[in-house]
Design a protein around this ligand. Structure first.
Ligand code: PLP
Length: 476
């Protein structure tokens, strides 16, 4: 493809994208295709001769859109949001054009340096303590990981490197295998599945602790578990505190957990994958009280801060534990400026990395902090609107306090009736929700996901819930 065709293709695609997003509300939120729908729609083999771009454009609706779940539709209420905005889309175009692999500073200085500065901007927006920021002048700083799951694993590996070194100093006679078999990490039973997975991948025990009756991991619960393990000769070394659990968006008692971790020299990682974006609004920062006691902090601008996937922001007070843990230094990756700027290859699992800071830069500049705050506040207000509608119908109950853009609710009654409710709601195809279950109580989760959502959309979603409830209760 030559530049002339590229310009035409890109212009046509830009028009298509704007049209798609602005009218997304009118599409069926989940497609009605069956597995295997796509193969018959495309040839068996790749074409030998080039096709015109217009042929590709002509196939987008037929082949792709017919099988797309529209995550950005105001009718989509499943999981947690994933972000989408025009500035981030344009930034990804530029990133695709530069197409550098920024594994070291010299591999593309702008790629590294913009990331360092953007993570400082973002850290200040969240009110993170200076000890996390590169501008503090020490070794601390931020990095863009692909996902929160990677951040949890990377932090675990850093914590593991730190404890291994400390224990070896105290017990030079112990082998690595002996030490490893004693290590134990902790999280809330309600932590995301990626935390359990980090334990598996890191080859250490991960204990999921039963939270209090508000689904929060508390300091005393953690302390008791650690004492129990220490008495068994085990070595607590890593804790993940979740701010905004996936099932019901509750917040671990970070301040209390921080005290326990600090008193025992245990690495504390904060997973605020979804809810972290809300900390750009000062009124929600009470939920991260104690953050200064953490060693690492992560949240996903790609969830709720209008930066398209993938952009998971992680800060480390002492990145040296990760940098040293992952340091393999072949000659072909060395450069003369080593040590004067981060070489991000040491801060992550893969070697390669895209120029992701561009989309943060574009979004922060083209929205400004104030509009991002408005976005968060609007979503939370819409969640409260749904909560109000639901609470005003005495057939329903709200299962968890609504603090962010998620409402957990159910029909009063059995799990079966609620399973049937969800089947009917999703079966009608107008809106899409997923369920969750805590302590054997099955409930529905309604997340505000789309940046296009308005109050009128919430009323439509509530009507959809009510129609299905009416049907079920009429059968009883
Ligand atoms: N942690 C929490 C609390 C989450 O809610 C999620 C996903 O929803 C994750 C981690 C995983 O996020 P990622 O897909 O970025 O790994």
């Amino acid at each position: 493809m030559e530049a002339g065709d590229f310009k035409d293709f890109a212009k046509a695609m830009t028009d298509y994208i704007a049209e798609y997003l602005e009218n997304i509300r009118d599409r069926q939120v989940v497609p009605s295709v069956k597995p295997g729908y796509l193969r018959p729609l495309v040839p068996e083999q790749a074409p030998q001769q080039p096709e015109p771009w217009t042929a590709v454009m002509a196939d987008i609706e037929r082949v792709v859109m017919s099988g797309v779940t529209h995550w950005h539709s105001p009718r989509f209420h499943a999981y947690f949001p994933t972000a989408n905005s025009y500035p981030a889309i344009v930034a990804d175009m530029l990133s695709g054009a530069i197409a550098c692999i920024g594994f070291t500073w010299i591999a593309s200085p702008a790629c590294t340096e913009l990331e360092v500065v953007m993570l400082d901007w973002l850290g200040q927006m969240l009110g993170l303590p200076e000890q996390f920021l590169a501008r503090s002048g020490g070794e601390a700083g931020g990095v863009i990981q692909g996902t929160a799951s990677e951040a949890t694993l990377v932090a675990l590996l850093g914590a593991k490197a730190r404890i291994m070194q400390q224990v070896k100093e105290q017990h030079p006679e112990w082998t690595d295998t002996e030490i490893l078999s004693k290590l134990v990490a902790y999280c809330n039973k309600q932590a995301h599945s990626s935390v359990e997975r980090a334990g598996l991948l890191g080859g250490v025990k991960m204990r999921s602790l039963k939270p209090d009756n508000k689904r929060r991991l508390r300091g005393d619960i953690l302390q008791e578990a650690m004492d129990e393990d220490i008495n068994k000769g085990l070595i607590p070394f890593y804790v993940v505190a979740t701010l905004g659990t996936t099932s019901s968006c509750t917040f671990d008692a970070l301040d209390e957990i921080g005290d326990v971790c600090m008193s025992r020299n245990v690495w504390l990682h904060v997973d605020a994958a979804y809810a972290g974006s809300a900390f750009i609004c000062p009124e929600y920062r009470y939920l991260m009280k104690g953050v200064e006691k953490a060693d690492s902090f992560n949240f996903n601008p790609h969830k709720w801060m209008l930066v398209n996937f993938d952009c998971s922001a992680m800060w480390l007070k002492q990145p040296r534990w990760i940098v040293d843990a992952f340091n393999v230094d072949p000659l072909y990756l060395k450069h003369d400026q080593q040590g004067s700027a981060p070489d991000y290859r040491h801060w992550q699992i893969p070697l390669g990395r895209r120029f992701r800071a561009l989309k943060l830069w574009f979004v922060l500049r083209l929205y400004g902090v104030e509009n991002l705050q408005k976005h968060i506040r609007k979503h939370i207000a819409l969640a409260h609107l749904f909560e109000k509608l639901c609470s005003s119908d005495d057939r329903f109950e709200i299962v968890e306090e609504v603090t962010m853009g998620l409402v957990c609710f159910r029909l009063k009654g059995s799990n079966e009736i609620n399973e049937e409710l969800l089947r009917r709601i999703n079966g009608r195809g107008k809106i899409h929700l997923v369920p969750s279950k805590i302590d054997d109580v099955y409930f529905l989760r309604l997340a505000i996901c789309s940046r296009f959502s308005e109050e009128s959309d919430i009323h439509i979603s509530w009507e959809e819930v009510k129609i299905s409830a009416d049907e079920i209760l009429a059968l009883k």
